[in-house]
Design a binder for this molecule. Structure first.
Ligand code: ADP
Ligand code: MG
Length: 263
């Protein structure tokens, strides 16, 4: 597999420059406060096309907030965020368009409880992408098959297990054809026996070249899937590096301390 490190701007062949290696998500000097609390401190981060980034860090370090700023569920105080080269504006039609390019999967599955599984997946493509109902239905069924829950299409979320609901949430995000997928602790609310069925879907997506930002404490997944690991603490990115490097040789005390508690 091609790692983004091999396709960095310095080494990429010219024909690669506009495909793999292109920055899809860029955070430049991003700062964010909640009242007096400084939650994101000069965050600088570039995620290349096809790259899988795993974000680690103790609870309260700003991981979720960082994810939420990327599709503008949270505003930022200063700095800028670019999606595929275009700065996220404050509001308006361009924001709606850019937001649709970022798929998000949360810890709580956030499915619409009063809609069937298939309707959950079809809704946004019909409403936002203006896809015909027939086409949206066909694609939704394909996506549900891909994540292994097509047999549940006519059921309601509460009739599914947590692992199945989370796989539906992934299918629903994919139905918008996002350029990048954000996962914020997607397996933290699951019973242990359901964690792998969700991680397997994520691994498959990673293998297919999806650009992904994953907040997770699943170290097995991080080692298998991550091209790069980012370690956050107190609203700052303290370390960034290849997964093996980070896990074997964390440089900061915060990271050593964190790893000693979770591995
Ligand atoms: P993480 O995901 O790494 O656990 P968060 O991004 O959720 O961290 O939170 C970072 C800090 O911001 C925490 O101290 C949290 O309590 C605080 N915080 C998060 N969301 C809000 C909010 N909407 N209002 C006020 N404080 C918040
Ligand atoms: Mg969080």
């Amino acid at each position: 597999t091609t790692t983004p490190a091999q396709a960095s701007p310095a080494t990429a062949r010219p024909d690669e420059a506009d495909s793999n290696g292109r920055p899809l998500v860029e955070l430049r000097h991003v700062d964010k406060h909640f009242g007096d609390l400084h939650v994101l401190k000069d965050i600088n981060l570039t995620v290349s096309k096809g790259e899988v980034l795993v974000v680690l860090g103790p609870s309260g370090s700003g991981k979720s907030t960082m994810c939420r700023t990327i599709n503008r569920l949270e505003t930022i105080d200063s700095g800028s965020i670019l999606i595929d080269g275009t700065p996220l504006p404050q509001e308006g039609r361009e924001l709606t368009r850019l937001r649709a390019e970022v798929g998000m999967v949360f810890q709580q599955f956030n499915l619409f409880a009063n809609k069937t599984i298939i309707d959950n997946v079809m809704l946004a493509p019909v409403k936002v992408r203006h896809v015909s109902k027939q086409d949206a239905h066909d694609e939704a069924m394909e996506l549900l098959a891909r994540v292994g829950v097509d047999s549940q299409a006519e059921k309601y979320p509460a009739q599914l297990s947590g692992g199945q609901q989370q796989r539906v949430a992934i299918a629903r995000a994919l139905a918008m054809h996002p350029k990048v997928m954000l996962f914020d602790e997607p397996t933290s609310a699951l019973d242990p026996e359901m964690v792998n069925e969700v991680l397997d879907v994520m691994l498959e997506l990673a293998g297919e070249g999806m650009t992904m930002i994953c907040v997770t404490h699943e170290m097995g997944f991080a080692r298998k899937a991550a091209d790069r690991v980012v370690f956050m603490a107190d609203g700052k990115i303290l370390e960034t590096g290849a997964p093996d490097d980070f896990f074997e040789h964390p440089r900061t005390e915060r990271a050593k301390d964190f790893l000693s508690k979770i591995i």
